[in-house]
Design a protein around this ligand. Structure first.
Ligand SMILES: Nc1nc2c(ncn2[C@@H]2O[C@H](COP(=O)(O)OP(=O)(O)OP(=O)(O)O)[C@@H](O)[C@H]2O)c(=O)[nH]1
Length: 382
């Protein structure tokens, strides 16, 4: 036979709900922290890094100077072509003069003067050459040769500016690569930190859950009778306290001549009888009662009981159920099977103390014992 036992202590779901809410909050704050971290990085990139890159390029704004030098050189080479052409000398001088003036305008740039030593003397040479061409006092071939030095200088400027452009592009891609690396590693770091936080938090939660569960199981065990699995005296006290203002019946059950039973069958068989009786009492009360073993061969049942008639009815049912079960008792002095002495009392939890109810039921039980056992009595309401 198996006994259906009502748990005396109900597990509280509240700590778990709180733990879950706490977990969501932690996740939310971790996500927010990661998001904020990334925002800081993005702001850092746009606020400091990009202006830095822009400043870098504006410093190398003279890149366009390479194009001026190229066009200036082309004008000078056209001037040479004009001077060496078959056209009349005066026309050739005029055409060359126009080209040299155009070349001068493009060459006379502050950046070139400041950065290239050959620029100043070349411009002076071009100045002088333009004056001599205007006065027509120079041979075309000489004028052509006079232009070689400025052309050489401009070619040098072009090459040098192209080199600078290459270096600037290399520097730019290198610094971009470094910034990208910083971004990637920082994002990774934030992600890993998030994972570590999450792991630490989960571990803490698991430990807390485990400790709560252990405490709960320990409390459950402390409230149970290990032999029968039903509640013990502490559980009975707790349940009465939890049923404030309810009209209850307390039924005490004591096995008759249990010592003789143990002596005849041995203690292991006595234990079996205790378990069988726990089950029988539970079934007799149709699982409406909460059962307890108060110690030795004494049981108690706690039921909702609106009046004394109901209580008496329960007691009758119990004795009847036991007789029907007909457990053998080879050493019963009256040659009967196992018999019980049952005493009951009715009380309103909170209005009467538990001690009052227990004493009343115990008195009734004592009266049954005194009257020869195998029966029931209740203490009527006073
Ligand atoms: N098998 C077993 N016996 C127990 C246990 N606890 C107490 N007992 C025995 O129960 C017996 C109770 O004896 P008594 O208090 O004299 O009760 P009784 O023999 O039933 O006599 P009455 O109640 O006067 O009819 C003792 O012999 C105890 O050893 C237990 O857990 N298992």
């Amino acid at each position: 036979m198996t006994s259906k036992i009502k748990p005396s202590v109900q597990p509280s779901m509240r700590p778990r709900v709180i733990a879950r809410q706490h977990r969501y909050l932690t996740w939310l704050s971790l996500s927010l922290m990661s998001f904020l971290g990334l925002m800081v990085l993005i702001v850092y990139e746009s606020r400091w890094v990009y202006p830095e890159i822009q400043a870098y390029f504006s410093q190398t704004g003279s890149l366009t100077g390479q194009q001026l030098a190229t066009r200036s050189r082309v004008y000078l080479q056209q001037a040479q072509t004009e001077l060496l052409s078959d056209q009349p000398e005066l026309e050739a001088f005029d055409a060359a003069l126009v080209n040299i003036e155009l070349a001068y305008g493009l060459f006379d740039v502050h950046v070139y003067r400041r950065q290239y030593e050959c620029a100043e003397p070349s411009l002076m040479d071009m100045d002088r050459l333009m004056a001599r061409l205007q006065q027509r006092e120079i041979a075309p071939v000489v004028a052509v040769s006079e232009l070689f030095m400025p052309i050489e200088c401009l070619t040098h400027i072009e090459m040098s500016q192209l080199d600078r452009r290459g270096m600037a592009i290399n520097d730019f891609s290198e610094s971009t690569r470094q910034h990208n690396q910083v971004l990637t590693y920082s994002s990774l770091l934030i992600f890993v930190m998030g994972l570590v936080f999450w792991w630490l938090h989960e571990r803490q939660l698991r430990r807390t859950d485990y400790a709560t569960q252990e405490t709960f199981e320990w409390m459950q065990r402390a409230m149970r009778d290990p032999l029968t699995g039903i509640g013990n005296r502490s559980a009975l006290h707790q349940d009465v306290l939890a049923k404030k203002h309810q009209s209850l019946g307390l039924i005490l059950v004591d096995i008759d001549f249990f010592k003789q039973y143990n002596d005849a069958y041995g203690h292991p068989q006595g234990d079996t009888l205790l378990r069988q009786l726990a089950t029988l009492i539970g079934q007799t009360f149709n699982d409406e009662a909460q059962l307890y073993r108060l110690g030795g061969d004494e049981f108690a049942a706690l039921l909702l009981c609106p009046d004394t008639a109901t209580l008496k009815n329960y007691c009758q049912q119990l004795i009847k159920g036991l007789h029907e079960a007909n457990f053998a008792h080879p050493a019963h002095p009256d040659n009967k099977g196992v018999t019980l002495s049952v005493g009951g009392s009715r009380f309103v939890a909170g209005e009467h103390t538990f001690a009052y109810a227990y004493e009343a039921a115990d008195k009734a039980l004592y009266r049954v014992k005194a009257a020869g056992r195998d029966g029931w009595q209740v203490t009527e309401d006073e």
